[in-house]
Design a protein around this ligand. Structure first.
Ligand code: SF4
Length: 784
């Protein structure tokens, strides 16, 4: 890391250009490493970014100077004067905007109740305090973005995660191995719906290193992605059939005796006895009517049912017995019985893959020793994701790949967040209780529908900071046509006119992270805590989210809680509780390694997830069997067909699957307005296999409409043999204004909470996930 003296020296070399060390803020969007960067500043303008560490940088970070000074930046507060969404605005002062918003919030609170005012959980410290004082409903957004790994969280429990601020609804996905581990140790790496080469660019080099060492890279994806192109094998299974493929693999691995029985017996709930009358795990209390709740297994030595954790017990992994008149089978026996219905031929039919490919995939993984699964977010974005995520972990456990160097199921690398001083963030204690609602339920709440466990309460006001609810959320058609017209007040903090800002009553200009001081936290693959100084003054009249909520709090009459709340003073206090770290040290060193990131990991021994096999589940084991879902028939991880009826048009089932994918340029709509990327990426367009196009008389660059029973979008078509026939794809991250008409998220249902996700939530805290990849559509040429 450069020292201050080195940076000063560079400043002189640069001849008047100020060079300031800061960080790329895209960590969550790129799943990257919070790369340290030098900002080159001329006057009040950042002219370019340069990586501090060569190679630790990408195009998404490089375009930030363009974003900071974009001609599309909102420079002053705007008040809607025309119809909502008409684009007619009036410039107002901060005072006028905040006073009017405060008055309206008080009126709504008075007329409808505080819980009818919804805020999103990205509001930061001042926003959290504002929400507490208001008693607003807090919306957690992970599930609505499709990023809630419900099944993985259920099987393993959350990895140790310290929510640094005690933010309600905050979640952390179970992670995985450091990619350096896979580089060193894996013999087979399966990218399962993961386009790592584009979405985690900095990690791909480790996986290529594994390939150069001799590892086989396999990509399972309906799209011939960049990662597929770099792999040794592309397996284009039909969308949503991955669970059938995984079950067939389980059956083959079992039949070929490639199972790590010891691991299954000791560290999974495979040997647990399952009551065949109600699907629940047999407990001691079932036999003796006492309060003992130990899980029972069949002891091989005594040939009786005994508690799994009793000393000297030798569990039997497979079998069925009658215990005190209750018929039981082990969870593993039930899994194998289910898996064996997925014969190679049957699975080939479901997945659209040749039978020999199905067979060889199982053999490759089962004999890899070790083999890794690199999981993408796409697996979770299906209605039945809780099955597939558990199946991947079961495969890893069966083959002895859990907790083993070079094995595992990795989404991102796990990490520990620094334990910030919650007290300094001054969460108040005697305030109005807040309701926390997940993003999918918000849509139901806003239309006055019954919300599971919360009943009915319509939402009358929305405050969005760091959130584009309209643009990237499912149920866009319903949101625009049914929800927003009934909301009395919409306030959006934004940099540019996002889809949400366009529908607002007030748009408040917010600063980028380079226009106020802050700290870039470690996360994903990045272990650095980095100082982010104010590199340039706020553009126009923009203010930080912190300042906006602070000033709005004052207008609400809560000056005693806000007048002394000062961002600069708060930063040092928040780091007081973090061992070995202080804000002064962060400022001085600019970027320092967070020792608690993956404790114990070294260069020679990179982080291996679940190495200790201590799972945070009720049994402390990997639980692929989820008894709470027995009444839904979802206790075992199984294959279910994707729901179709939601998308049907006039009762007719639609023939094509629509998936969205990420590119190395647009992780989400965040960088949509950056001109450099727009020049590099013509579009938006839909990729169609020529076979699907031909039968619909669609040619290259034709204008087409993608439609289903929920909505439609009009855009250009592009032919691609890299699409599996029956699947079409549109890149993620386009705003509505990018399309000729309509929007991608119009086609996605927002009212699709899987009841199994809700049943699992008390054990995991994971919100129900949005099935963004389950969309059924058709496509037709638009005559122009
Ligand atoms: S990899 Fe991520 S953190 Fe690094 S420069 Fe790119 S976008 Fe920024």
């Amino acid at each position: 890391m450069a020292t201050n003296a080195e940076i000063d020296a560079r400043s002189k070399v640069a001849g008047g250009t100020r060079i300031v060390q800061t960080a790329c803020p895209m960590v969550a969007a790129c799943l990257g490493g919070s790369c340290p960067v030098y900002a080159h500043v001329k006057g009040e303008k950042v002219v370019r970014f340069e990586p501090v560490i060569p190679g630790r940088f990408c195009a998404k970070g490089a375009v930030w100077p363009e974003r900071i000074h974009s001609k599309d930046r909102i420079l002053y507060p705007l008040k809607r004067v025309g119809e909502r969404g008409s684009g007619e605005w009036e410039r107002v002062s901060w005072d006028e905007a905040l006073e009017s918003i405060a008055e309206k919030l008080k009126e709504i609170d008075n007329d409808h109740g505080h819980q009818t005012i919804a805020m999103f959980d990205r509001a930061g410290v001042a926003g959290q305090r504002f929400g507490q004082l208001l008693g607003s409903t807090m919306v957690s957004f992970i599930g609505a973005h499709g990023d809630s790994p419900v099944g993985a969280a259920r099987a393993t429990g959350w990895r140790n995660w310290t929510d640094p601020l005690g933010i309600p609804g905050a979640q952390q996905a179970p992670g995985g191995h450091a990619m350096e581990d896979l580089a060193m140790n894996s013999n087979v790496i399966i990218f399962w719906a993961a386009n790592t080469a584009e979405t985690e660019q900095l990690q791909m080099k480790h996986l290529i290193a594994a390939q150069e060492r001799g590892a086989k890279l396999i990509t399972i994806d309906p799209i011939f992605t960049t990662t597929a192109a770099m792999s040794d094998q592309w397996i284009p299974a039909k969308v949503g059939t991955d669970a059938a493929l995984a079950l067939a693999m389980i059956a083959i691995i079992h039949d070929k005796a490639m199972v790590d029985t010891a691991y299954m017996n000791q560290h999974t709930n495979g040997p647990f006895l399952i009551r065949q009358d109600n699907g629940q795990i047999l407990r001691e209390s079932d036999l003796n009517n006492q309060d003992s709740t130990g899980f029972l297994v069949w002891d091989e030595r005594s040939q009786t049912a005994k508690p799994a954790d009793e000393a000297g017990v030798t569990p039997t992994l497979m079998g069925g017995w009658e215990v005190n008149g209750i018929a039981c089978r082990t969870a593993y026996q039930m899994l194998i019985d289910e898996a064996q219905t997925f014969t190679i031929e049957h699975t080939a039919e479901i997945t659209g893959l040749p039978a020999d490919i199905v067979y060889q995939l199982a053999i490759d993984y089962g004999t890899a020793e070790p083999g890794a699964i690199k999981k993408g977010w796409g697996i979770g974005r299906t209605y039945h994701a809780h099955h597939m995520e558990r199946l991947m972990l079961t495969l890893a456990a069966m083959t002895g790949n859990m907790g083993r160097p070079g094995g595992g199921v990795s989404a991102i690398s796990s990490f520990q967040a620094p334990p910030l001083n919650r007290k300094a963030a001054e969460r108040l204690t005697d305030t109005v209780p807040q309701t926390v609602i997940d993003g999918l339920s918000l849509l139901a709440a806003t239309t006055g529908e019954e919300v599971p466990e919360l009943g009915k309460f319509p939402i009358k006001a929305l405050i969005m900071a760091g959130m584009n609810w309209v643009g990237q959320w499912p149920g866009q058609a319903k949101t625009l046509r049914e929800v927003l017209p009934n909301i009395e007040l919409i306030v959006v903090h934004e940099l540019v006119m996002s889809d949400a800002a366009k529908m607002a009553d007030y748009v408040l200009p917010v600063t980028t992270p380079y226009e106020h001081e802050g700290v870039c936290m470690p996360g994903y693959y990045g272990n650095l805590i980095q100082h982010m100084p104010e590199v340039v003054p706020p553009v126009g009249e923009s203010k930080s989210d912190f300042e906006i909520f602070r000033n709005l709090g004052m207008k609400m009459g809560w000056s005693e809680h806000f007048k002394d709340l000062n961002e600069a003073a708060l930063l040092p206090k928040m780091w007081e509780t973090v061992p070995g770290v202080s804000f002064d040290r962060i400022k001085e060193e600019k970027a320092l390694v967070w020792e608690g990131f993956n404790p114990g990991a070294t260069e020679e021994h990179p982080h291996v997830e679940w190495a200790e096999a201590q799972f945070r589940t009720p049994s402390g084991r990997l639980e692929f069997y989820a008894e709470e879902c027995a009444d839904l028939g979802d206790a075992l991880p199984i294959y279910r067909e994707r729901p179709r009826d939601l998308y049907a048009l006039a009762g007719e089932k639609l023939p094509l699957s629509l998936v969205s994918y990420h590119s190395k340029f647009l992780p989400s709509a965040t960088l949509n307005e950056v001109a450099t990327f727009r020049d590099l990426m013509p579009g938006p367009y839909v990729m169609v296999n020529p076979l699907d196009a031909e039968s619909r008389d669609i040619g290259e660059d034709d204008i087409v409409e993608i439609f289903n029973g929920l909505g439609s979008v009009i855009l250009h078509a592009r032919m691609s043999e890299g699409m599996r026939p029956g699947t079409i794809a549109v890149m993620q991250g386009w705003r509505r204004s990018s399309f000729i008409e309509g929007g991608m998220q119009e086609l996605v249902s927002g009212n699709v909470t899987n009841p199994a996700h809700l049943k699992m939530k008390p054990l995991t805290g994971a919100d129900p996930n949005a099935p963004l990849h389950d969309v059924w559509v058709d496509i037709r040429k638009v005559n122009t």
